[in-house]
Design a protein around this ligand. Structure first.
Ligand SMILES: NC(=O)C1=CN([C@@H]2O[C@H](COP(=O)(O)OP(=O)(O)OC[C@H]3O[C@@H](n4cnc5c(N)ncnc54)[C@H](OP(=O)(O)O)[C@@H]3O)[C@@H](O)[C@H]2O)C=CC1
Ligand SMILES: Nc1nc(=O)c2c([nH]1)NC[C@@H]1CN(c3ccc(C(=O)N[C@@H](CCC(=O)O)C(=O)O)cc3)C=[N+]21
Length: 280
C-alpha cells in the first residue's frame, strides 16, 4: 500500500487564512507575546516562525528575548508585566527553559485567559473535565488533521506514544473526548511495537528519531508523527516514514505535517483568547 501523505502546510495555511480574516473584523488586533529565554537554536527558529505568522495574520507581535542566565524572579517579573499589559492577549513561554528555571512556576503566572499554549492548571483541568477552554496547540492541530481526512474516532483504537504535558497527555484527553479508545505508551511500556500494532490511529510524540518502524503499524492505520529532529540529512520525525508509508493508510510527513499545524493553532488560540477577553 502507498499511504496518503497529509499536507500539513496546506491545512495550516487554510487555518491561518481564516484566522487572518477574523482578526481583520476585530476593533483592535490581538497581541501575542512570545517569551524566549536563552539561545537554543531550535527554539529560536520556532519562535521566529511563530512571530512571523502572527504578524502575517494581522496580530501584534510582542516578543521578549531574555538572557539564558536570567533569575527566576526576573523571569517571573517579565511574565507578570505581560500578564497585566492590556495589549497582550496571549502569552507563549517557549519551552524548554534553561535547567535552573522552574517552568511550571512561570507558567502558573500566565493568566488563564491569556494561556494560548493551554498549559496552565486551569486550562489542563478544563480539558480533563471536558469543559471549553484553550487547548495545547500541537494536539489540537493533530485533531484538525484527523478531521480534515474524515477519520472516524468514535470507538476507534487510538495509541498515543508519549505522555508529556505539552503533547501526549492532552492528545489522549482530546481523543477520549471524541469517544476513541485510548492507550498511552511511554518509555516503560513493554513491547511498544506490539501495542502500536493494535492502533487504528497512532500518534507518536516520543522524541526518539525513527522510533516507529513498519513492525509497529497495522495495515491501513492512520499515523501522525509529532516528533521533530534535526539530522545531517535534514529534518526527520519519530516515525520511519519511508518504510511505514508502505503499510499505513495515512501518514504525516516531517517537515510539513504536524509542525505547521502547531503554529496555526497557536494563532487560532490567540484569536480565541482575544475575543473572550477583548482589549478595552
Ligand atoms: N511538531 C510539533 O509541533 C512539536 C513537536 N514536538 C516534538 O515531539 C517530540 C515529543 O515532544 P515532547 O512531548 O515535548 O517530549 P518529552 O521529552 O517531554 O516527552 C517524551 C515522551 O515520550 C516518551 N518516550 C521517550 N522515549 C520513549 C521510547 N523509547 N518508547 C516509548 N516512549 C518513549 C517519554 O516517556 P517517559 O514519560 O516515560 O519519560 C515521554 O512521555 C519531540 O521530538 C519534540 O521535538 C513537540 C512539540 C511540538
Ligand atoms: N511552550 C511551547 N509551546 C510549543 O508549542 C512548543 C514549545 N514550547 N517548545 C518546542 C515545541 C516544538 N514546536 C514546534 C513548532 C513548530 C514546528 C514547525 O513549524 N515545524 C516545521 C519545520 C520548521 C523547521 O524548519 O524547523 C515542520 O514540521 O514542517 C515544529 C515544532 C512547538 N513547541
Amino acid at each position: 500500500m502507498n499511504a496518503l501523505v497529509i499536507d500539513g502546510r496546506a491545512v495550516a495555511a487554510g487555518v491561518r487564512a481564516r484566522v487572518a480574516r477574523e482578526v481583520a473584523t476585530l476593533p483592535t488586533p490581538p497581541g501575542l507575546a512570545t517569551v524566549l529565554i536563552g539561545d537554543d537554536p531550535a527554539s529560536a527558529i520556532y519562535v521566529r516562525n511563530k512571530r512571523r505568522q502572527c504578524a502575517e495574520a494581522g496580530m501584534r507581535d510582542l516578543h521578549r528575548h531574555l538572557p539564558g542566565e536570567i533569575t527566576q524572579e526576573a523571569a517571573a517579573a517579565v511574565v507578570d508585566e505581560l500578564a497585566s499589559d492590556p495589549q497582550v492577549t496571549g502569552i507563549l513561554l517557549q519551552l524548554p527553559l534553561p535547567p535552573h528555571l522552574d517552568a511550571a512556576a512561570l507558567i502558573e503566572r500566565i493568566p488563564p485567559e491569556k494561556d494560548v499554549d493551554g498549559l496552565t492548571e486551569r486550562s489542563t483541568g478544563r480539558l480533563a473535565l471536558g469543559r471549553p477552554g484553550l487547548r495545547p496547540c500541537t494536539p489540537e492541530g493533530v485533531m484538525v488533521l484527523l478531521d480534515e481526512i474524515g477519520a472516524v474516532l468514535e470507538g476507534a483504537h487510538t495509541v498515543v506514544v508519549g505522555r508529556s504535558n505539552l503533547v501526549g497527555k492532552p492528545m489522549a484527553q482530546l481523543l477520549l473526548q471524541r469517544n476513541a479508545t485510548v492507550t498511552v505508551c511511554h518509555s516503560r511500556t513493554r513491547d511498544l511495537a506490539a501495542v502500536c500494532r493494535t492502533a487504528d490511529v497512532l500518534v507518536v510524540a516520543a522524541g526518539v528519531p525513527r522510533l516507529i518502524g513498519e513492525d509497529a503499524v497495522k495495515p491501513g492505520a492512520i499515523v501522525l508523527d509529532v516528533g521533530i529532529h534535526r539530522t545531517e540529512n535534514g529534518l526527520c520525525g519519530d516515525v520511519d516514514t519511508d518504510t511505514v508509508r508502505e503499510i499505513a493508510g495515512v501518514v504525516t510527513p516531517v517537515p510539513g505535517g504536524v509542525g505547521p499545524m502547531t503554529i496555526a493553532m497557536l494563532l487560532q488560540n490567540t484569536l480565541t483568547a482575544a475575543r473572550e477577553n477583548p482589549i478595552t
